[in-house]
Design a protein around this ligand. Structure first.
Ligand code: AMP
Length: 433
């Protein structure tokens, strides 16, 4: 299958070839013809599948088929949950639209609104936006959505997780009733289906990867380890495995900061990326990570959502997410584009409940093991608030500062250069999730 056979125009084909793409991805193959036909599309696709081009390319084509309107009202609106994702989609819109007379811009919070308002005043055909800033500027009269022809909800599941349902409903009330709708989501909960039903008209469903499954080439490993030992174990894995580019997930912003500092103090270059960081700090960290100047990027789920980091060899769940779907999102960052990757989870007794939830979602057992010197204490009892069935406290206790236990134990372990060959014991033994 070629891009040409999907019915894309020469201007778009040139832009695609400039990007270096030779063949369409599965989601592109399925979605592009449908969008070009003006159909509403409900797509199951996560980041890394090429979904952005899947909706951007046909959107550009549809918009460029008619001469631009004099005042350039917003004709296509792409709603997306995070600033990073918004910035990436906008960059894609610009690249794919290089040879077209289409104006676009992006708006998101956390940065000065004035330049955004000035750009909007000049008129744009395509607007990429996060919900909060969009409604904010709409309230200020800086933009109108009354001429929107195409509405895209990208990463719809994440938007709901982030509490944007009310905002989405407010946006829907501001766009014309007659419009084309495209909804992309990595997972399909009851709420997503309900939202899709209320927004889409006779949608065609397309799927890039089977729902809620992890990419086949991702090797998933679970190491049982007590919470205070986690940072030392991570440092060991990174150092001995000689890992050069690792995305590490923590559950909290404080946890991300703390871990990043700890890595830096162990001479491992690292940066934290989360919602409390300024946009500049996030962009800088991400650039450094992509260029290889920063070895470890520590991120919370929300901050990491939508990051375009191809071919990531290692993803580490320093803490498991309490929402099983987030596990699938996280490990979807590795093993992309035909390359294999490792997703490693460091799991302490407090999190065994989460493993069960993840296994249920995946429909498979996660084999767990222990690394010598970092064995989980069988007599360890999780602290009260984190016991089974209860939500862990929002602010996990400070990790034990005493690293001597870990490093002493560390002496026992071998120093093989491959993490996977670091001495392990008792696969799936002792602890049952
Ligand atoms: P996305 O899922 O939209 O975030 O895209 C993931 C990555 O795949 C991005 O780096 C895109 O530039 C890249 N990409 C998208 N479509 C293709 C394609 N047909 N061939 C190769 N790379 C692609």
């Amino acid at each position: 299958m070629s891009f040409k056979s999907l019915g894309l125009s020469d201007a778009l084909l040139r832009a695609i070839s400039k990007k270096g793409y030779t063949t369409p991805s599965i989601i592109q193959e399925k979605a592009i013809p449908l969008v070009l036909q003006g159909k509403d599309v409900l797509a199951s696709a996560q980041t890394g599948t090429g979904k952005t081009a899947g909706f951007t390319l046909p959107m550009l084509q549809l918009l460029s088929q008619e001469p631009p309107l004099r005042r350039r009202p917003i004709r296509a609106l792409i709603l997306t949950p995070t600033r990073e994702l918004a910035a990436q989609i906008y960059a894609n819109v610009q690249e794919y639209g290089t040879f077209l007379d289409i104006r676009s811009t992006v708006i998101f919070g956390g940065v000065n609104a004035r330049p955004q308002i000035a750009t909007l005043r000049n008129g744009v055909d395509i607007l990429v936006a996060t919900p909060g800033r969009l409604l904010d500027l709409q309230n200020q009269g800086a933009l109108s959505l009354s001429k929107v022809e195409i509405l895209v909800l990208d990463e719809a599941d994440r938007m709901l997780d982030m509490g944007f349902l009310r905002d989405i409903k407010r946006v829907i009330a501001l766009v014309p009733k007659r419009r084309q709708n495209l909804l992309f989501s990595a997972t399909f909960s009851k709420d997503i289906r309900k939202l899709a039903q209320s927004i889409l008209h006779n949608p065609v469903s397309v799927e890039a990867t089977p729902e809620n499954t992890t990419a086949e080439k991702v090797i998933q490993k679970v190491y049982r380890v007590d919470k205070p030992q986690k940072s030392e174990l991570l440092i060991k894995l990174i150092s001995e495995g000689n890992w050069s580019q690792v995305l590490v997930f923590t559950r909290t912003k404080h946890g991300a900061n703390r871990l990043s500092k700890k890595l830096v103090s162990s001479n491992i270059s690292s940066a934290a990326i989360h919602g409390n960081k300024t946009q500049n700090a996030r962009t800088k960290a991400l650039d450094g990570f992509k260029k290889g100047n920063i070895r470890i990027l520590v991120a919370t789920d929300i901050a990491a959502r939508g990051l375009d980091i191809p071919l990531l060899p290692h993803v580490v769940n320093y803490e498991l997410p309490n929402v099983p779907e987030d596990y699938v999102h996280r490990i979807g960052r590795t093993g992309r584009a035909g390359a294999s990757g490792e997703a490693i989870s460091l799991v302490s007794a407090e999190e065994y409940e989460y493993v069960r939830g993840i296994e249920k979602l995946l429909g498979e057992k996660l084999v767990s093991e222990e690394i010598e010197g970092f064995e989980a204490d069988p007599n360890y009892t999780p602290p009260e608030p984190e016991k089974r069935g209860q939500r862990p406290s929002r602010k996990p206790k400070q990790e034990s500062k005493g690293t001597s236990g870990g490093s002493q134990r560390n002496r026992k372990s071998n120093s093989n250069s491959d993490s996977s060959s670091a001495k392990k014991k008792k696969p799936n033994s002792r602890r049952r999730y």
